[in-house]
Design a protein around this ligand. Structure first.
Ligand SMILES: [Zn+2]
Length: 180
């Protein structure tokens, strides 16, 4: 996650709390305006995660399940019958993990220390540790071994998509902030 988004994420509802040195105030309205041209999946994710709009969660959840199912079909995931329901559970777990506050313990998600130097623990990302393979497996309702052998790659693939979302959202907000 970028430092800008780490700041947004670090202090939800307090968009004034930006680093010293000239980042303008970021409001939920600005996040919404900056991201409205993105796909609805990304847009709703931005609204929920960075503009605090919790009422979009149901639609975001449904869109995300549909996206992961589409991915499973396109990538021809080989799924045993008893694991069919895992696709939806994987989608839910990935979304929950992407939305969960994931702050670095040292810098509390800011990415910088008191003197505005890059945080050494997270290299400025503000990110803490990701969920463990065991937790991910538990969420999907499969054994750790099955997860490791078959589902871990799929999970990582889906999760990476949200990293990409963060990047586009960051770009759009920067563009909104610093252009014109
Ligand atoms: Zn840190």
């Amino acid at each position: 996650m970028s430092e800008l988004l780490a700041m947004l994420n670090a202090k939800p509802g307090n968009y004034q709390a930006m680093p010293a040195g000239g980042v303008p105030d970021i409001t939920p309205e600005m996040v919404s305006a900056a991201c409205c041209g993105l796909t609805r999946h990304v847009y709703l994710y931005a609204l929920y995660k960075f503009a605090g709009q919790e009422d979009v969660l149901r639609e975001l959840w449904a869109l995300n399940r549909a996206a992961v199912k589409r991915r499973a079909i396109l990538q021809k995931w080989n799924i045993q019958l008893q694991h069919l329901c895992c696709v939806g559970d994987l989608a839910d777990s990935v979304l929950a993990e992407a939305l969960t506050e994931n702050r670095c313990l040292l810098c509390k998600g800011a990415g910088v220390n008191d003197r505005m130097k890059r945080c050494p623990a997270c290299q400025g990302s503000g990110n803490g540790k990701r969920w463990s393979a065991r937790k991910r497996a538990r969420n999907i309702g499969i054994s750790h071994t099955t997860f490791r052998n078959t589902w871990a790659v799929r999970y990582a693939d889906c999760f990476r998509e949200f990293g990409y979302f963060d990047k586009i959202i960051d770009q759009e907000i920067r563009y909104q902030l610093f252009s014109g």
